[in-house]
Unconditional design. Structure first.
Length: 261
């Protein structure tokens, strides 16, 4: 007899996400606590900032709620930061949190390979505003939520996707000279890097790229960038694995600074 019960094992994180969608205030509380924690801790791969003694201009592409900004300010207090975030709610939150911070500029636009406008898809799942999953395609914006390993009892009827038109610029058009570029853009990383080709050639910054695709690795390889995983002892050659979000990409001079050449 089928009584409609799902008794399969479920991870704590998957069940927590179920609560974000169904329990009033659960998502707000979770991410408010995460915002506070960002001032004290960061993902281990951010330690590469100190391993490379970075401290000039940092470009944060996909700033979301400011987790990377908080990490950069703690790890390199003297650095200047230019942040890009096209999702409207996150951009407004960043202005409230960091608008008065010195040496920090915020741009509420997307970055890509061309200038103009593009569609930006913003998912909401039940009571959960999934701002960190907004992407330039509907498929990419909902792919994470539809993964059965991440979501407990995913319900398609709870999913809504808003299509917003947002301004898009090329990073090259800003004529910046960054020491570090961080890119986390839900599948749009290749487009963003192609729009930063001249910046990469001219200033040879270190890169932090979230979940790099084979196409990203190939593109950066043609520019003489090689992938490295940040470790407690510095860097190891190759793509980051496990729970790591970011792989570092370094040109030869940066790799030599880290003792990798």
């Amino acid at each position: 007899m089928d009584v409609g019960l799902d008794i399969r094992p479920v991870s704590g994180k998957a069940f927590a996400r179920y609560l974000y969608a169904h329990a009033p205030g659960a998502a707000w509380l979770r991410f408010a606590l995460k915002d506070i924690a960002a001032y004290c801790v960061a993902k281990p791969e951010f330690a590469g900032v100190r391993a490379l003694s970075l401290g000039g201009l940092f470009v944060d592409v996909g700033a979301n709620r400011g987790q990377s900004i908080a990490a950069f300010r703690r790890l390199a207090p003297g650095a200047q930061i230019v942040a890009f975030e096209p999702e409207p709610l996150c951009a407004a939150l960043l202005r409230r949190r960091f608008g008065a911070v010195p040496r920090l500029a915020l741009h509420a636009c997307a970055l890509g390979r061309d200038e103009g406008e593009l569609s930006f898809f913003i998912p909401r799942y039940g009571r959960w505003d999934c701002d960190g999953m907004a992407a330039t395609t509907r498929e990419e914006a909902t792919l994470w939520l539809r993964d059965p390993g991440r979501m407990f009892r995913f319900d398609e009827s709870l999913l809504r996707v808003e299509d917003r038109r947002v301004a898009c610029r090329k990073l090259d058009s800003f004529a910046l000279s960054p020491d570090l570029i961080k890119v986390h853009a839900q599948g749009a990383e290749l487009d963003i890097l192609e729009g930063a080709r001249e910046t990469l050639r001219r200033t040879r910054p270190a890169l932090m790229c979230a979940f790099p695709s084979a196409e990203v690795v190939e593109f950066l390889g043609r520019l003489d960038y090689r992938p490295y995983a940040a470790t407690r002892n510095g860097f190891a050659p190759g793509l980051a694995g496990g729970d790591a979000t970011f792989t570092w990409f370094l040109p030869p001079a940066r790799a030599e600074t880290a003792g990798l050449a």
